[in-house]
Unconditional design. Structure first.
Lengths: 150, 187
């Protein structure tokens, strides 16, 4: 599938990406994250080789930005930041591990275990539903385990 | 409601252009001869289209200039202002950079001569061919006019048949007539 002009990509995904960010961050913070998501997508767009899995790609960028936003200190809250145990965020480790998986399974695994999305959001990202997302994630995990055992 | 507000949408489109991330920015511009799709690359104005189907036009822009095509009004502001002034009769020439880098040499040469045809005057296809140093290429000049990527700004409406007939116009003869009447070239 050939890549569409960026205008099409943006029109197709802006509403669901914004809704997703608003659920995670609240409406106000979602606005900054929204702009950053699509600017980042725009910067990376010429490096894409085909137009498949664009929705999952958009969700992955949005998820990463949502996590960055969460980490950012907020003016109106002074809660301590939670650090991951070895200092390396979960998604960074997983994205590397999951590199060899088929694209749908890879997206499902990374979004579930790297970004902690629930299955209905992952289903949306994959253009399917929560059940299919759960199946793709567990198939991916099974495959990763098999690789580890070999 | 978690919908993208027009303000947020606009902020993103502005930021994309401001950060220099676009291959082409475009917007629709109202005019007395219908809505125009006006597009610019980083090098200059690259398309003015009468085609109301912006989807098809956006696809073509992406194929020619790169995939990062986005509707973004700011980069079009100068062109919009000059076109408005032109249609109000206040502007007789355009001060806009144009991007014709992708065209063939012959087309560029003909369009360069075309750009010198003054406001309110007309020239025949044959005469324009002569000025482009290809006196027998009137028909080829007709094709260049037909595929002019920047009508109005590159004034192909000022080119007419040897018999004085308006002959043809990619945007339709009615528009050609309206433009020439606006310029006082015909009554």
């Amino acid at each position: 599938m050939t890549l569409p002009p960026f205008e099409r990509f943006y029109e197709q995904h802006r509403e669901e990406i914004f809704a997703f960010l608003a659920r995670r961050l609240g409406r106000d913070r979602a606005e900054d994250a929204f702009q950053e998501t699509f600017l980042r997508a725009l910067r990376a767009y010429p490096t894409l080789r085909h137009g498949e899995h664009l929705r999952a790609w958009a969700y992955t960028i949005a998820s990463r930005i949502a996590i960055d936003e969460h980490r950012r200190p907020r003016a109106d809250a002074d809660l301590p930041e939670l650090e991951s145990l070895d200092g390396r965020p979960a998604f960074a480790q997983l994205e590397h591990l999951a590199d060899q998986l088929p694209p749908t399974e890879r997206a499902a695994v990374v979004l579930r275990y790297g970004y902690d999305l629930d299955y209905s959001d992952i289903g949306a990202a994959l253009g399917s539903n929560a059940t299919a997302a759960r199946q793709a994630a567990s198939a991916g995990i099974r495959r990763l385990r098999q690789k580890e055992l070999r | 409601m978690n919908a993208v507000s027009p303000d947020l949408d606009r902020r993103f489109r502005d930021a994309a252009a401001r950060e220099g991330l676009l291959d082409v920015a475009y917007d629709l511009v109202d005019s007395p001869i219908g809505s125009l799709l006006v597009a610019t690359s980083p090098r200059g104005l690259c398309r003015i289209s009468y085609d109301a189907d912006s989807e098809r036009e956006v696809e073509q822009l992406a194929r020619a200039f790169g995939l990062r095509v986005l509707r973004s009004p700011k980069p079009i502001d100068a062109a919009r202002r000059e076109l408005d002034e032109y249609f109000e009769g206040k502007r007789h020439s355009f001060d806009l950079a144009v991007d014709v880098a992708l065209l063939a040499d012959f087309n560029r040469r003909v369009l360069r001569e075309l750009a010198r045809v003054p406001y309110g005057e007309v020239v025949t296809y044959g005469e324009l061919a002569t000025r482009a140093a290809r006196p027998r290429a009137a028909r080829a000049v007709g094709m260049v006019m037909n595929r002019n990527p920047l009508p109005i700004v590159l004034p192909c409406h000022r080119v007419i048949g040897a018999n004085g007939k308006l002959t043809g116009y990619a945007g339709g003869l009615e528009r050609k007539e309206t433009l020439l009447r606006l310029e006082g070239a015909i009554l």
